[in-house]
Design a protein around this ligand. Structure first.
Ligand SMILES: [Zn+2]
Length: 268
């Protein structure tokens, strides 16, 4: 994708005219390793998105955590990497990011075959709700930011759910640019999802986490993590799937990593 897409909204446009605080830049350099291979124009666009994100979304510390710029910027920069080339998309359904000092309990209700409801408390590192909140454990969010090649990133995961939600359903199919893209998306993701389910059932190892086999929405979120964290492996092992994600996100992280590697710019 080419030049910076100007913000249509005047308030956002004014915001983008403000300089990016150098302390924020240092936080990104220090913590968010996936930003190290961005081209200068991409880095500028990311910073513009971060300014909008910080001004429009509400951060709230939970469990006694005091929210700092380090927390806000580390989370915002990872979330905004997903938006880099998506036109006029700002996680519109999202209002608040709740941040915990550790993984937190999530109460899950399950109705068994006999009709009884069992409630289990599971410690989780992140959650995404359709009612305007993302919940994150800060240690997990920063661990993901500082390791950009293990294929796991809770911020990418939860914000992928927020993108998926923009067309009103968290179903593994985000809003695509052109109507003609839906057929290929459904065909490629459908068959890759079923393949993962078969591999999980057979105990065959896969690049894609078995959690992706639980629901199409989780498949979209875990493949998003890989797309940004292990793009070369995803492209090599699942080329059609990689291509659908490349078209959706309008980014080619594998090509970016190749180029970055060739130039010896990779610092991580
Ligand atoms: Zn999920």
């Amino acid at each position: 994708m080419g030049l910076f897409h100007p913000f249509r909204d005047h308030r956002r446009e004014r915001l983008v005219q403000q300089p990016f605080p150098p302390e924020w830049s240092q936080i990104i350099d220090r913590n968010v390793f996936c930003c190290r291979c961005l081209h200068p124009d991409e880095r500028k666009r990311l910073e513009d998105l971060v300014k909008v994100f910080i001004s429009e979304k509400h951060f709230e510390g939970c469990g006694g955590l005091a929210v700092t710029d380090e927390i806000r910027i580390t989370i915002a920069a990872q979330a905004c990497l997903l938006l880099l080339n998506l036109h006029e998309v700002y996680f519109e359904r999202l209002v608040s990011i709740l941040v915990y000092p550790q993984s937190f309990d999530f109460e899950q209700e399950e109705r068994g075959e006999t009709g009884f409801v069992t409630v289990t408390n599971l410690p989780v590192s992140g959650l995404s709700s359709s009612t305007g909140a993302v919940v994150l454990s800060w240690p997990d969010a920063i661990r993901g930011a500082r390791n950009s090649s293990d294929g796991a990133n809770v911020v990418f995961h939860e914000f992928a759910h927020q993108l998926d939600l923009l067309d009103d359903a968290m179903n593994g199919a985000p809003a695509l640019d052109r109507a003609s893209m839906y057929r290929d998306w459904a065909q490629v993701l459908g068959s890759e999802y079923q393949r993962l389910q078969r591999e999980v059932a057979a105990g065959t190892p896969s690049l894609i986490s078995s959690y992706g086999a639980t629901k199409p929405a989780e498949f979209f979120a875990v493949v998003t993590e890989l797309f940004f964290e292990k793009p070369a492996e995803l492209r090599r092992q699942h080329p059609a799937l990689y291509d659908e994600f490349r078209q959706y996100y309008c980014q080619d992280p594998a090509a970016r990593a190749d180029e970055c590697h060739a130039q010896g710019q990779r610092q991580s």
